[in-house]
Design a protein around this ligand. Structure first.
Ligand code: NOJ
Length: 525
């Protein structure tokens, strides 16, 4: 993409490589055990060298951290554990000087229970209207909705009323039928765009609007009382108008199985992009991956939006671990302690998947540590912080296993994360083996593969994808200018097309120049 001029819609987001920074676990600049903005600023050269176009920061706002910062107490302040607003402004500017844009994460569905609005609501003020407070049904909550983290979606307050929270009780849902809620979020968007950010991720984007009658959910009955309601599109149309004033873009967190409903969020006057969770959850299976890619492209084409390609994020099992299991798909409900994993196999597949996703048309998200091939860590039960674990009655391992502090320097304490004492989540034994300094000069490392692939990716241009004839279990497609990508998921090695130069491969070819199982290659005519 080169040096960005101004964040006008130059289209950078249509094919960008976007690196997700989970600040808490990226790098600890002040040594207190928690990653921070100082840590990110010090590592900007690393990100520039990796070649990414933009950074998406998980919420960095003032927060009691009951859900890793997705419980926001003040959307205009940086949490003191991370730094200050002035530092965030410096970080945004410094990144931009290196050609890297910034995406912030806005959480519109809910606030922290420490947010001034909710405190005033608890004190009995008119702010109750900004949330969903209701009388119960006798001793029962107003309806039977379940929290996404398990347990009831209602908590009772002192005067007997209940309030709705689709996530943890410390995350009360806002009432999007109230004009003040809409006004406040448009102001928050302006606040960040005025600070130079190029984009906004929209958390839980399909959940904001609730049926005002709050009816119980009946399987198969449309519309759903709180998922994907039509009224949402009006919200995003007005957000888009604000974004356009600044040339800012959106990426929506839209989990919807119906691709046609999904694509509605990406109409030209709504969100620019949304995460492709169908691809992220897809098992390592050639037929299913091809169907997922085709389904994605077919869904995006009519609305003219670019696809995104995601292999993991801060909510799901890390890629090398997922691909090293019998079930290589992702499903929250299937998470369990002690799932057998073959990390060597998973790593081989994750390398091939990196070349696959970086060759597809659209934007690619890379979650911090993915470029190091980090596995999901086993976090000791007494150190787990994720509410998902607790609200499952301790059955679900939760999401902390993909949030463990990054290893930077193998010989330094805490693998060079920067903490003087134990970091907020413990790093497992052997974490230093993945450290950046170990991988930097090793041409066979995951880091070297990501760097080489991101650097070479522009050869694919932004044209369409054309499938090439290939044996069962092999994905082969051409992009612009005769550049092709071949991924072999079959047990037998596959011939590569003749008269093509090998640009990059995720692993060695066999002694007859064929592409082995779980390996990908990029070639040029
Ligand atoms: C989605 C975020 O990615 C996740 O981490 C969070 O727990 C929920 N939304 C609630 O904000």
């Amino acid at each position: 993409m080169g040096q960005p001029t101004h964040a006008r819609n130059t289209g950078w987001w249509r094919s960008a490589v976007i690196y997700q920074v989970y600040v808490r676990s990226f790098a600890d600049g002040d040594g207190d055990g928690t990653g921070d903005l100082a840590g990110v600023r010090a590592r900007l050269p690393y990100l520039a060298e990796l070649g990414v176009d933009a950074l998406w920061f998980n919420p960095w706002y003032l927060s009691p951290m009951k859900d890793g910062g997705y419980d926001v107490a003040d959307y205009r302040a940086i949490d003191p554990a991370f730094g200050t607003l002035a530092e965030a402004e410096k970080l945004i500017a410094e990144a931009r000087e290196l050609g890297i844009l910034t995406i912030v994460d806005i959480v519109p569905n809910h606030v922290s229970d420490q947010h001034p609005w909710f405190r005033a609501a608890l004190a009995g003020g008119p702010e109750r209207e900004l949330f969903h407070f209701r009388r119960g049904r006798g001793e029962l909550p107003p309806n039977a909705w379940r929290s996404q983290f398990g347990g009831p979606a209602w908590t009772r307050v002192e005067d007997g009323d209940w309030y709705l929270h689709l996530f943890a009780p410390e995350q009360p849902d806002l009432n999007w039928a109230h004009p003040a809620v809409r006004q406040e979020h448009e102001d928050i968007l302006r606040f960040w765009w005025e600070r130079g950010v190029a984009g906004v991720r929209v958390d839980s984007a399909a959940l904001l609007v609730k049926d005002p009658l709050l009816p119980d959910f009946t399987e198969g009955r449309d519309p759903h009382p709180y998922v994907d309601r039509d009224e949402l599109h009006d919200v995003y149309r007005s957000w888009r108008a604000v974004a356009d004033e600044y040339g800012g873009i959106f990426v929506g967190e839209v989990w919807l199985p119906d691709t046609e409903r999904f694509a509605r969020y990406l109409r030209p006057d709504e969100l620019h992009t949304a995460f492709n969770f169908a691809f992220m959850a897809c098992p390592w299976d050639a037929r299913r991956l091809r169907a997922s890619i085709d389904g994605t492209l077919a869904a995006h084409a009519p609305v003219g939006a670019p696809a995104t390609w995601v292999l993991c994020n801060h909510d799901v099992t890390r890629t090398v671990t997922r691909y090293g299991r019998t079930d290589t798909g992702f499903d929250f409900a299937a998470k369990a302690f002690g799932t057998p994993t073959d990390l060597a196999l998973g790593t081989r597949r994750a390398r091939a998947a990196a070349l696959l996703s970086l060759a597809l048309p659209g934007a690619v998200y890379v979650y911090q540590g993915e470029e190091l091939g980090l596995p999901e860590a086993d976090v000791p039960r007494d150190r787990i912080e994720d509410p998902m674990h607790f609200r499952s009655g301790g059955m679900d391992p939760g999401r902390d296993g993909c949030r463990v502090p990054l290893p930077w320097t193998s010989e330094a304490p805490h693998a060079g994360f920067g903490s003087l004492e134990e970091p907020w989540l413990p790093q497992p034994a052997g974490w230093s083996a993945y450290a950046v300094d170990r991988q930097r000069d090793d041409p066979d490392s995951m880091l070297a593969l990501y760097r080489a692939a991101i650097a070479a990716r522009p050869v694919f241009g932004d044209g369409p994808l054309t499938w090439l004839p290939s044996p069962d279990g092999v994905l082969a497609f051409a992009r612009a200018e005769g550049v092709i990508c071949v991924v072999n998921l079959a047990a037998t090695p596959t011939e590569l097309p003749a008269r093509h130069e090998l640009l990059l491969s995720s692993g060695p070819l066999d002694d007859r120049g064929r592409l082995p199982q779980d390996t990908a290659a990029w070639l040029r005519a």
